[in-house]
Design a protein around this ligand. Structure first.
Ligand SMILES: Cc1ncc(COP(=O)(O)O)c(C=O)c1O
Length: 410
């Protein structure tokens, strides 16, 4: 039998899909002796191993373990978890207002992004994103063939005037996607006053926003800032995840949204995967209810803060000073880019070449391009992850990147 012509079988939505930066990162991370500053990986040391053992015992000793936990579960989520989440979400770092009926559990926040893309985007619809933005959101939304409107940002994230102008110039924008706290990739946080302005613009223009927040628990300094959802609950869908505070492998996250959105999200989710693992939801319920999460967050913060500081110091000492970086107050990334006054030097530094040479020296990072929906390919920027490497490896990797950059400038 002749082989099918796969090229002619692909749906238009996947025809133009290109190599995925995420897949490349996952591959790099597994190579021996390779120092990857690439993925948004937590440190394996951050996984609460003894606690996980205890939580498993608690779940497996439940009287309805076999009859309910190991059975198919409700699409919206496990009732115990749904009931405890409003308390978790109302903590200082989010101050999200939620009831169990406003929450849908998903397989990580990535599934929530995919569901929202399917729910809200028809081919050609306009979606506003921060510039730069989380590449995994672009990958999820791209399946639905949107047109992106890029919103300008500065050290404090979205510039409210740029958002307002986008809503004026593009009245059909379906929604704004943003990561206001310790953004991926820049590590930046939108201050409270700007959040108020953004909430006000959303309300005035009757617009919807998706506020993605995987990182606000992991704060190294300063006070928490309330979410934008808390300022405009009818206009904002808020995403959360336990990937960074428990383990990504658990694949438990979700969304808080007005009921109409939750109903549709559950219908889509049913078609995709029926429901999220009861077992893993029960583990997270026990993790929160037993006070283990509260105990563990400060340990994660103490583990990561010195790594961030050492990376910042290594950048200062080893990268040419035509570069600047954001000292993120939380999260997992430092973003390095050319200082404004040196942008003319961009033509001398082919960042793809820099990455190629870094990889030959067994060092990886993510260059700027994948974080822009319409990249030129030579965004001279680097996203550097500091959580998943030893302090020694961080310094070694930054030295290697610095040597390559200096050579390019000769
Ligand atoms: C901004 C943002 N959103 C979503 C995700 C996906 O996380 P998960 O699906 O593990 O919850 C990540 C992961 O790094 C992220 O940085």
């Amino acid at each position: 039998m002749p082989k099918p012509e796969f090229g002619s079988l692909f749906a238009t939505r996947v025809e133009e899909m290109q190599g995925s930066a995420i897949r490349e990162l996952l591959r790099q991370a597994g190579v021996k002796d390779f120092i990857s500053l690439g993925g948004g990986y937590p440190s394996p040391e951050s996984f609460p191993l003894p606690t996980i053992k205890l939580l498993r015992e608690r779940v497996e000793q439940k009287p309805d373990y076999a009859s309910r936990i190991l059975q198919y579960g409700p699409t919206e989520g496990l009732p115990e978890l749904l009931n405890i989440l409003p308390g978790f979400l109302s903590r200082e770092n989010r101050q999200v207002r939620a009831t169990p009926e406003n929450i849908a559990i998903t397989a990580g926040s990535q599934e929530a992004l995919a569901i929202l893309g399917m729910m809200l985007i028809n081919p050609g619809d306009e979606v506003a994103v921060e510039s730069p933005t989380y590449l995994g959101a672009l990958q999820a939304f791209n399946l639905n063939q949107p047109k992106y409107i890029e919103i300008e940002t500065d050290q404090d994230g979205i510039i409210p005037a740029s958002l307002e102008k986008a809503f004026q110039d593009h009245p059909n924008i379906k929604f704004l996607y943003m990561v206001p706290t310790f953004q991926n990739p820049t590590g930046r946080t939108i201050p409270f006053e700007r959040r108020r302005q953004i909430a006000d613009i959303l309300i005035r223009y009757g617009k919807l926003a998706v506020e993605d927040d995987p990182y606000s628990e992991i704060r190294y300094e300063d006070e928490s800032i309330p979410s934008i959802q808390s300022l405009a609950p009818e206009n904002v869908i808020h995403l959360f995840t336990f990937s960074k505070t428990f383990s990504p492998d658990i694949r438990i996250g979700g969304m808080v949204a007005p009921k109409e959105i939750i109903e549709k999200a559950n219908l889509i989710k049913q078609g995709l995967s029926l429901y999220t693992s009861n077992y893993n939801q029960a583990l997270i319920y026990e993790y929160i209810a037993g006070g283990f999460l509260d105990q563990h967050i400060p340990e994660i913060v103490e583990l990561y803060r010195p790594k961030r500081d050492i990376m910042a110091q290594a950048i200062i000492e080893n990268l040419p000073d035509i570069f600047e970086f954001t000292l993120s107050k939380g999260g997992m990334f430092i973003w390095v880019k050319l200082k404004k006054e040196y942008e003319s030097l961009a033509s001398k530094i082919n960042i793809k070449e820099v990455l190629k040479e870094a990889k030959e020296a067994k060092v990886g990072f993510v260059p700027g391009a994948p974080f822009f929906p319409y990249a030129t390919g030579n965004e001279v920027m680097m996203r550097l992850n500091f959580t998943n490497q030893s302090e020694e490896n961080i310094v070694k990797a930054i030295r290697i990147i610095g040597e390559i950059l200096y050579k390019k400038l000769l």
